[in-house]
Design a protein around this ligand. Structure first.
Ligand code: HDD
Length: 702
């Protein structure tokens, strides 16, 4: 007997068979118009129903199509990364500005204009794969250069320092930051006892704490953040001469972050805020760019610099060693398949090429063990290098063989060396091959001991330098972040101990946090391992606000419109925004849109609760009086403008938005961040927006 489901599946099958006619003989199941097959290439006749004994009878074991399909599905997941689980990747290239052959023989820097393909993966560190993009956290910034002399992985972060000085503490800091083991929460935040317990007992993390409590930890998007190689590396030229280097990535669009209250709301409104932003930018042709910068210095500088250049909790201020911009990286292609590329990409700090070498930074040395090891666990086979995303794009030949999923297998008998076969198989090349830099000056010998160098003992001076380099508003944000996070600790002694450490950074900071926590008396300062230097000069380059963008390009404006809004103003805003490479989205009471003043219907991109103002860099309200009165009755519309105000955004308006502003309690608060587009041109509005936020408001509202 034929059931309705049978008939539907027969019809579907016929339609698919129709589409598939005339295809290639060896079809895969991927791609339009092809026939669905099993993994063995057998064409499937019915993918809707399992094979059953009788219409309402049991399924039968011989249904090899069903078993293969479910078996494969059951094994779809691979272990998420133990850190940096949540991330997003894209392809692009690095273009070198000028030959750097005097300092390195590394292939990407060989000649002006040379382009090296890259794959970049940005990530959060402590969050699990399914968390939100805007958690307060360090961001990973990992770049795989597919050079002509092998793959070079620069596995950095968006902050130039790290929590710990020695790799042996890495599992501890990560355990402490991630969810607590008994309860399995909180996920995606460091605001809990374990994290603050650990860091308050580890003074070496103080400098990093300043960075993660700053706005650097809540970037507006990957496109607006800096990247750092963190450690001191070496560049080595063809004569074997070494120069120390610290790597920097500088975003062409300038730096930008969101504010904390905004970050929390974005996490709800769009957990994929950062990945969507990158996808949208690349797919609309606004390719994000960073310049690669090098801080180059020699042994002589290293000896005289006030801190140990091997200590990953320290920076070298750009004012002391300027950043030389040597090339640009452009991300111009999204992935075809997230799993194949972003999930399976395997970065390893030990992937270096001739011309780039390590230093004895103990964190880097430990990392060089960890990454290879972790890829085996995650990808399940030592042949993860055979995956297209991980394989070099230059010729390569090893004598390694077999193992799970070996996909690149040599023909012939040669699988060892030396041998006397002809042809002999791959051979080493002492000239072209990677040679470790032999440090003639250093004699790395001595008794085997577990110790921390004396030169790593100053934990507070640069933390203070970071704090005093920020604007008043940025300092306020740091104070608020410490206060927020510590207020989530249940154990008061953890708060107190942290404050005791902060007193070694800055008394005003410690006092303000104590006040925010309602603590009447400050504890005694923690005895520092080394007396901090109190008079390091501020480094303006450490501030985001002091290094703002030169235009509003790459940003997004949310225009809240109502029926009867002034069509001419809307057209002018759109035209000017397009000119300045700013995206405009319309938000209306319904996604169907509104009828503007000239009687035209304009479709919306978002309905109000789907497009809260936290998703935009600036907002405009274009409303008729009736429209604004209706908006005034909607909590989501009131939130739209009151959040924009609270997050210090520039607010443009035209028509008669007064009823909405009134209902949101803003009428008496309208400051210079409110700009009338009946009086000022959209160009003027966008010029103001280049400041990104109307920061004077921040000091009024805190
Ligand atoms: Fe790490 C991943 C960056 C210290 C061990 N790390 C990982 C990723 C980035 C960093 C960006 C993700 C790469 C990707 O997108 O797939 N890690 C850093 C930086 C560090 C650092 C900038 C300090 C300067 N890491 C660090 C230490 C250890 C590790 C000290 C261990 C001793 N990191 C790992 C790892 C991961 C990793 C466990 C997890 C997933 C992976 O490697 O591929 O091996």
């Amino acid at each position: 007997m034929t059931t309705p489901d049978d008939r539907r599946s027969v019809q579907l099958g016929e339609q698919r068979a129709e589409r598939g006619r005339g295809g290639e003989t060896h079809q895969t199941a991927v791609g339009g118009g092809q026939r669905l097959t099993t993994q063995q290439g057998v064409v499937v006749s019915d993918d809707q129903n399992t094979l059953r004994a009788g219409e309402r009878g049991p399924s039968v074991l011989e249904d090899f199509h069903f078993r293969e399909k479910i078996f494969h599905f059951d094994h779809e997941r691979i272990p998420e990364r133990v850190v940096h689980a949540r991330g997003y990747g894209a392809h692009g290239y690095f273009e070198n500005y000028e030959p750097l052959t005097d300092i390195t023989r590394a292939d990407p820097f060989g000649e002006a204009g040379r382009r090296t393909p890259v794959f970049v993966r940005f990530s959060t560190v402590a969050e699990n794969k399914g968390s939100t993009d805007l958690a307060r956290d360090v961001r990973g910034f990992a770049v795989k250069f597919y050079t002509r002399e092998g793959n070079w992985d620069l596995v950095g972060n968006n902050m130039p320092v790290f929590f710990i000085q020695d790799a042996i503490k890495f599992p501890d800091v990560i355990h402490a930051a991630k969810q607590e083991p008994d309860r399995g929460f909180p996920q995606a935040q460091t605001a809990h006892d374990n994290f603050w317990d650990f860091v308050s007992l580890m003074p070496e993390s103080t400098h990093m704490l300043m960075w993660i409590m700053s706005d650097r930890a809540i970037p507006r998007s990957f496109r607006f953040m800096e990247g750092f190689g963190v450690h001191t590396f070496r560049l080595v030229n063809a004569d074997g001469r070494s120069t120390f280097v610290k790597f920097h990535w500088k975003p062409k669009l300038g730096m930008q972050s969101v504010v904390w209250n905004e970050a929390m709301k974005i996490s709800g409104a769009d957990p994929d805020f950062h990945r969507r932003d990158l996808w949208d930018a690349i797919t609309t042709g606004s390719f994000p760019e960073w310049e690669l910068g090098l801080q180059l210095f020699d042994e002589e500088f290293a000896d005289r610099f006030g801190f140990d250049v091997l200590d990953p909790t320290k920076i070298i201020p750009e004012e002391e060693v300027p950043v030389r911009r040597v090339g640009r990286m452009v991300l111009n292609r999204v992935v075809d398949n997230f799993f194949a590329e972003t999930e399976q990409v395997a970065f390893c700090t030990q992937n270096v090429i001739p011309g780039i070498d390590f230093t004895n930074d103990p964190l880097l040395q430990g990392r060089n063990f960890s990454y290879l090891d972790t890829q085996l666990k995650r990808l399940g086979s030592p042949n993860f290098t055979h995956l297209p995303i991980n394989a070099p794009k230059c010729p390569f030949a090893t004598l390694q063989q077999d193992g799970h999923m070996a996909m690149i297998n040599p023909a012939g008998r040669v699988n060892y060396e030396p041998n006397s076969w002809d042809p002999p198989g791959p051979r080493e090349d002492p000239q072209a091959g990677f040679r470790t830099f032999a440090d003639g000056q250093a004699t790395e010998a001595g008794p085997k001991r577990r110790l921390r160098p004396e030169s790593f003992a100053d934990h507070y001076s640069q933390a203070r330098q970071f704090f005093i380099s920020q604007t008043e508003v940025e300092q306020r944000h740091i104070i608020d972040a410490f206060t927020f996070e510590l207020s989530k600790c249940d154990r008061t002694e953890i708060r107190t101990r942290m404050l005791a450490g902060l007193r070694n950074v800055d008394e005003d900071l410690a006092r303000a946090v104590a006040q925010g926590l309602g603590l009447r008396e400050l504890p005694e300062p923690l005895p520092p391992a080394m007396e901090p230097v109190r008079d390091l000069a501020p480094s303006p380059k450490l501030s985001i606000a002091k290094n703002g963008p030169s235009s509003f390009a790459g940003r997004k404006i949310g225009v809240l419109v109502t029926d009867g809004a002034d069509a001419a103003v809307l057209d002018r805003v759109r035209a000017e925004a397009e000119q300045q490479q700013v995206t405009v989205e319309l938000i209306a009471p319904t996604v169907g849109g509104v009828e503007v003043g000239n009687g035209n219907r304009v479709p919306a991109d978002q309905k109000i609760d789907g497009g809260p103002s936290v998703l935009y860099d600036a907002v405009i309200v274009l409303a008729s009086k009736d429209g604004a009165s209706q908006l005034a009755t909607k909590p989501t519309a009131r939130d739209f403008v009151s959040d924009a105000y609270a997050h210090c955004k520039f607010i443009g308006y035209a028509g008669d938005p007064a009823p909405l502003f009134e209902a949101a309690g803003l009428s008496s608060l309208m400051d210079e961040g409110f700009i009338s587009l009946d009086e000022r041109s959209p160009a003027e509005f966008l010029t103001r927006c280049t400041q990104l936020r109307f920061w004077p408001r921040q000091l009024v509202i805190t």
